[in-house]
Design a binder for this molecule. Structure first.
Ligand code: NDP
Length: 281
């Protein structure tokens, strides 16, 4: 039976550390602040934005949620970002994705000052991650790395396999695992003989968005299983990309869904906001 990696517990630990640091910064007269822009009324985005605001409050970071109507033009959004780029009291700026179809997401992300890009989505910040001198760490991949670290799971020299090559999870996680000297393979929908590759992995990360896709026969005995996937089943419950009940007996460590990687993403956003306020100090 695997050790269950408790993302909620680790997240609470990290948030407590952030809270202490925020208090120290406040004593020096620095008040970290995060601006979150949401355009339109996507219900899932509204929940994410609310959760981000609450998390900020919990650790003493000031947050400002800017809710704009779905008809907002790209120009209007860009000028809002320009305004926030100038504000000294907002150290981080985050634009909740997805944006309405008439707005070009890339142009919007790249308008955010690189020192305030706490999602770490801009070309420059992504590039800095790739070359190994990050300004910020991409939130979900950084959450994965923090879980590995807090459970003393060694990455160096290990075969790491990532399922999924998205810009927000798979690709940046590749850079972070590589930076820790893992031997990293990234798989995607065109990968052939997938289970031959996954069965060779000491650390297997699933980030594809397909419920219970990773079955026990795809996993090496004693592997570390990190499940980034969040899928809603027909019964309304959440499940990951890993068939947890079948894999838990084969793995050495495993993250549950919910309660594994999920809680870490916002925590890493808080950490980036703290970093931003220190950079801008
Ligand atoms: P995307 O849809 O952007 O990317 C999915 C990736 O999975 C693609 O690279 C795709 O390959 C690959 N893929 C799809 N089917 C297969 C397959 N059969 N075999 C191998 N690879 C496959 O997803 P995201 O990265 O945004 O999200 C992935 C999951 O992680 C989702 O469940 C999402 O909800 C969750 N998530 C969780 C977060 C958290 O906070 N814990 C944060 C972000 C995401 P190809 O490129 O070839 O199409």
């Amino acid at each position: 039976m695997a050790i269950i990696i408790d993302g909620k517990k680790v997240s609470t630990e990290v948030r407590n550390e952030i809270k202490e640091e925020v208090e120290c910064l406040k004593a020096e007269g620095i008040n970290p602040g995060l601006a979150v822009i949401i355009v339109g009324d996507n219900p899932a985005s509204q929940v994410y934005v609310r959760n981000k605001g609450r998390a900020c409050e919990e650790v003493g970071i000031k947050s400002e949620i800017i809710a704009l109507p779905a008809e907002t033009t790209e120009e209007e959004l860009l000028s809002k970002i320009d305004e926030l780029n100038e504000r000294k009291d907002m150290n981080g700026i985050l634009v909740q994705l997805p944006l309405p179809k008439h707005i070009n997401e890339k142009s919007v992300i790249d308008r955010i000052s690189v020192e305030k890009d706490v999602d770490c989505f801009s070309n420059e910040n992504v590039g800095k991650v790739v070359i190994g001198s990050p300004r910020f760490l991409p939130c979900t991949p950084a959450g994965v790395m923090e879980l590995l670290k807090r459970y003393n799971i060694e990455v160096a020299g290990k075969n790491c396999c990532i399922l999924g090559r998205s810009n927000i999870v798979g690709k940046p996680l590749f850079s972070l695992l590589l930076a820790e000297n893992g031997t990293v393979t990234v798989c995607h929908s065109k990968t052939e003989n997938l289970s031959e590759i996954t069965k060779n992995a000491d650390i297997l990360v699933a980030a594809i968005g397909k419920p219970k896709f990773v079955t026990a026969d795809m996993v090496k005995d004693g592997a570390v299983i990190i499940d980034v996937g969040i899928n809603r089943m027909e019964n309304g419950k959440l499940c990951g990309d890993v068939d947890y009940d079948a894999v838990v007996d084969k793995a050495s460590y495993i993250t549950p869904v919910p309660g594994g990687c999920g809680p870490m993403t916002i925590t890493m956003l808080l950490k980036n906001t703290l970093t931003a306020s220190k950079i801008q100090k």
